[in-house]
Design a protein around this ligand. Sequence first.
Ligand code: CP
Ligand code: NVA
Length: 300
Amino acid sequence: MKPRHFITLNDLSADELRALIQRAIELKKMRAAGQIHQPLKNKVLGMIFEKSSTRTRISFEAGMTHFGGSALFLSPRDTQLGRGEPLADSARVISSMVDGIMLRTNDHSTVSTFAKHSKVPVINGLTDRFHPCQLLADLQTWFEQRGDIKGKQVCWIGDGNNMCQSYMNAAKLLDFQLSIACPTGYEPEQPLLDSTASHVRLFNDPKLAAQGADLIVTDVWASMGQEQEQQDREKAFEGFCVDASIMALANSDALFMHCLPAHRGEEVSAEVLDGQQSVIWDEAENRLHAQKALLELLMK
Ligand code: CP
Ligand code: NVA
């Protein structure tokens, strides 16, 4: 039987995604009540990280421990992956010994190629194109605070990056409207803009995109791997900082999210990030609960 992978949000149906969010909320309550729940006893999750991580690594590792299983941290620096062993060979070997594999890679194609040759479920823990696990946590946070997101107005301000593109998938799947404000040259991929056109509008001016928003989201201007572009990007993204004047254009009860790590004073002001409308700490914690719901779905 072919394993079930989670490479983008589109690997779930809308109903499955809503059910997963509800399960994440339930798992959070169970943990708060001290309830032991070990559906993955003796199961092992391999975790391959080509890039740094705090939240993704800890949430998957802690989640597997809570579930009675364990997680292995694998760095390409210390495995044969970093010495050129073919991906297909690595996928066959690693997937013969573990029950699930999470990868964080530079190229999206590394995760999809790995999945093609894996005997066990493969989870995308961030690539250059998508970060679907973060969306599970963001959506859980929205549902906890406000209920269903269908019909809501979400505004993305900043780079048309892996997070932005994951929001585009979410908008189409869960039927909310997404206004994206990017500087010219930093827009999301055109084919994705075409396929999500019914739910996504592209702006050049963050003030126009923010109007009437129920949720404002941003992310760093230079993602991992783009550090050498930092200075050019700071110039290109001038005027794209989510500050109090941008939040004032949104609905009065609008929420603010950021996947973290954040740069206060760059893509978001400290006042907004640490302010009343910001739900970033719940959003970060929900990585744990949402991914536990995902692990249960894929690996049980
Ligand atoms: N948001 C997120 O993925 O954080 P890490 O890079 O710390 O895993
Ligand atoms: N867009 C950021 C997200 C980090 C969690 C990056 O790819 O570095």
